[in-house]
Design a protein around this ligand. Sequence first.
Ligand SMILES: Nc1ncnc2c1ncn2[C@@H]1O[C@H](COP(=O)(O)OP(=O)(O)OP(=O)(O)O)[C@@H](O)[C@H]1O
Ligand SMILES: [Mg+2]
Length: 396
Amino acid sequence: MAATKVLVVDDDLNIQRVLVFTLKQEGYEVVIASDGAAGVEMAASEAPDLILMDVAMPKLDGYAATQQIRGAEQGGHRVPIIMLTAEAEVEERVKGLRAGADDDIVKPFHPLELMAKIKALLSRGGPSRPATGGEQPTLGRLAVFYGAKGGVGTTTIAINTAIGLAREIGRKTALIDANLQFGDLRVFMDLALDTASIVNAVSEPDLDVDLLRKLMVHHHSGVDLLLAPPSPEAADLVVERQRSDPDSLSKLLGLARRAYDYTLIDMVKTIDDFNLQLFDEADVIFVVMTADLSCLKNVRLVLETMGSLGYERSKVQLVLNRSNAYTGINVNNAESALGRQIDYQIINEYRGAISALNSGEPIMSSRPDAPLARSIIDFARAMDAEFAAEPVAART
Ligand SMILES: Nc1ncnc2c1ncn2[C@@H]1O[C@H](COP(=O)(O)OP(=O)(O)OP(=O)(O)O)[C@@H](O)[C@H]1O
Ligand SMILES: [Mg+2]
């Protein structure tokens, strides 16, 4: 079998040398172009299996070269392209993804990191993976998790449900962090600050399924994550964008529905325009609660608000977390205080929950047999049974 051919497009001789050395050691065949224009020509004449594309180059920069290569591709053929960028700035990197790159790596990089990215891209279906189209239809469900009070376990449940749906039930699942100012997913899942986030997704005028997927972090648990902005200040950009053009958020959620069976959203308690739109767009609102008086009071208010928004009762579902923790209020007491049924219960396992949090590895991926993980899997299965049974055509 012929060796996998990598085209290196870079004007820097030192980088060329290092890349040729590393790639050849790994058994790849390497061809080199020293500027963007030559890169475009060789992408056609050499038919490489993968391209490493520098950004700043004479004649034609890496963005333009990538665009031209994509423009010339035919018949669903699509060569994987990795941008080699000198910019750690997320905005610059998103520019490369928008131009048609599949991934990027910031210089200077460790050869092992580059090799991991190359292998990941080649194994994703390789050169002939179609850009878009030909996708399997998805269930396209949107579920939001809303804590009736801070600290009741909303993020814990959203994350582990997402992993359960992806891993145990085999659903394509995305998780969006809508705690815009103090999103916790990066901490819960041990992720760096230098990734794209919801800011990039809502600001992107030409967002499509392909670009949305690239803006997400592909967590090893199988869940794709759209993270909260890296800083509280950047949260304002998302809120502003939603205010001036609510369609930008609708579009984002619509694309997520197209790409995933389930899109879950971890929300914060505030009731503002942004959150109201999330409630509106959702198929189901899981109100997470614990059995204590102040939380019950909040749940009543939340239910009233949901009622006045005109939502059907079935759209709002109550999830009692830490259901077997002693609070002096049992499930029956809680149900009669609320005048409605608790729909789901998740057990209490403080040690499991907190040690998972502190290790940056959700319990569903580190200890799927732990009681808490099993309890959340039961919830995920029940949720899936309900949603998957519903005909997709019922939704517009
Ligand atoms: N079922 C559970 N059993 C025991 N502890 C839990 C359970 N669920 C969550 N916890 C713990 O409760 C704490 C708060 O959890 P988490 O951050 O998920 O809540 P939250 O509602 O998202 O909080 P915030 O309002 O800060 O966003 C964490 O220490 C977590 O480990
Ligand atoms: Mg939270």
